[in-house]
Design a protein around this ligand. Structure first.
Ligand code: FMN
Length: 478
């Protein structure tokens, strides 16, 4: 049993329950009959005097059925392959929480609590163990090329439950140096017919110190559960890789990305102050990250996207790379920059690629939500008046309509970032509209190493990553 499993309360662990039902001694201990008693022709000795055998038998059948029903319910509901997640839970949550942000909080809280109880959805039978989806990123062999994008777990509340859903990369954050509330609510809107969203969260964050504390506690718990002890040296040993897992994700074949951003109040005209915002975050959270992601592409922080111009971007990224290299850990985190799909002129893409090379950043996440309002799908679809109105909300648009643009932009970055003689190739992760295995394969073919998802998960539920990976396997077998 893994130490993670060991931390879970035993009575709720499915394996433990099933062992009990298979063990007649334990069944007897819990007031059930053994099979020997069931075959007996005389009245069961446990039957109270005057109580007919039939009544005891009925009780036995009822209890056994109840246990079996609970068990099969447990195994079904906690399996990411179960269609209930997509076709029952998602519509139910949408109905219960008309406000998309309330639904987001409810989803995060539920996953956190279910994980604590050992009742969370998870991939069973380790589908990646055949190695068919394995991929190389930054010298690591990842179990698969699927990731969960930034913003889904803004405060690093649920990295472990998200890893259990099957991705090889989970990106938490973005976090800002000081806590900030973000924009006033409502600030997240659904466009249901398009399986799309518009959000103007504005990087609401509990701050980098909070996130560092949460991630540190996670490493401490892992160190303790794996016999390293409960002290600073134990934490450092895990961070130095002695547990045999990446120091961020704490899962073999998986990586944790932590996203950092600037505070809204830091003037974007003061590049030194902006760079200091990012460095502040890196100093705190990078020890617990496999990858640090620099967010300069959220459309909801005024002036943020302007930082993608070559000059300021180079300065910011140099600061981040320097800070990441200084952290006290045997292996340093890799640094990626997340860019916008809207700053896509040749001049803008060239400028970003220049900054990436100059600063020594390891890769680019292409892209983020868009300020544009893409045409509905399928082609010619006419939105309802209500959805038309939703489109006029300020904020970044996400969902399947971004996909074509994402593939094209990934291909352009791939070409422009092609390794120069003697230099390490830059990694590209794709984000924007990926919803199916075929689409994941298309962005990988265009040059990405990882296909990331956000909106598809909010519409597809906790089984989305498993489904996309299965489709990806099918694509590859064609
Ligand atoms: C509600 C919401 C919140 C988001 N928050 C962040 C964020 O904090 N940082 C970030 O870089 N991207 C954020 N994103 C963008 C996603 O990470 C992703 O890049 C974008 O939605 C496009 O991918 P998708 O079509 O798969 O959703 C957010 C997206 C949504 C829908």
């Amino acid at each position: 049993m893994s130490a993670r499993a060991a931390l879970r309360p035993l009575p709720l662990n499915g394996a433990a329950l099933s062992t009990r039902t298979q063990n007649p001694q334990l069944l007897r201990g819990r007031g059930c009959w053994s099979s020997k008693r069931f075959t007996s022709t005389t009245a069961p000795p446990t039957a109270a005097p005057g109580k007919p055998a039939k009544s005891v038998f009925r009780k036995y059948v009822f209890r056994t059925s109840l246990v079996l029903t609970l068990l099969s319910g447990y195994f079904y509901a906690t399996d990411t392959r179960a269609s209930i997640h997509r076709y029952v839970v998602v519509p139910l949550v949408r109905w219960l929480y008309p406000d998309a942000e309330d639904a987001h909080h409810a989803g995060v809280d539920a996953l956190k609590e279910l994980y604590r109880l050992g009742l969370h959805p998870r991939e069973r039978d380790s589908p990646d163990k055949d190695g068919k989806l394995a991929t190389e990123v930054f010298g690591y062999t990842l179990s698969n090329p699927i990731g969960i994008s930034g913003g889904l777990d803004k405060h690093a509340d649920i990295p472990d439950p998200l890893f259990e859903l099957g991705p090889a990369i989970v990106e938490v954050g973005g976090t800002t140096p000081q806590p900030q509330d973000g924009n006033p609510r409502p600030r997240v809107f659904r466009v249901v017919s398009q399986a799309a969203m518009i959000n103007r969260y504005g990087l609401n964050s509990k701050g980098a110190d909070h996130m560092a504390k949460v991630l540190k506690e996670r490493v401490r718990a892992f160190a303790y559960a794996h016999g390293f002890g409960d002290h600073d040296a134990a934490e450092q040993r895990v961070l130095n890789g002695e547990a045999g897992v990446p120091p961020g994700s704490l899962f073999a074949g998986k990586l944790l990305a932590v996203q950092v951003a600037k505070n809204k109040t830091t003037p974007e005209s003061d590049i030194a102050a902006v760079a200091q915002d990012y460095v502040y975050c890196v100093d705190r959270v990078a020890p617990y990250a496999d990858i640090v992601v620099v967010n300069v592409s959220s459309p909801n922080t005024p002036g943020l996207r302007g930082l993608q111009a070559a000059g300021p971007l180079t300065e910011i990224l140099k600061g981040v790379v320097g800070a990441a290299r200084r952290i006290d850990r045997k292996t340093k985190p890799f640094v990626m920059v997340k860019v916008s799909p809207d700053e896509d002129s040749d001049e803008q893409v060239d400028g970003i690629c220049h900054a990436v090379r100059e600063s020594g950043v390891d890769g680019v996440i292409v892209g983020n939500t868009t300020n544009r309002r893409p045409n509905p799908l399928p082609k010619g679809y006419v939105l309802s008046a209500k959805e038309q109105q939703t489109l006029s909300e300020t904020g970044g648009y996400s969902g399947p309509q971004l996909f074509e643009g994402t593939v094209a932009l990934v291909a352009r970055y791939k070409e422009k970032l092609a390794a120069e003689e003697g230099s390490t190739p830059k990694a590209i992760f794709a984000s924007g509209g990926i919803t199916t295995g075929r689409q994941a394969q298309a962005v990988l073919d265009a040059g990405a190493s990882v296909a990331m998802m956000y909106t598809a998960i909010t519409y597809g539920g906790t089984g989305t990553v498993t489904r996309v990976k299965n489709e990806l396997r099918e694509e590859r077998e064609k």
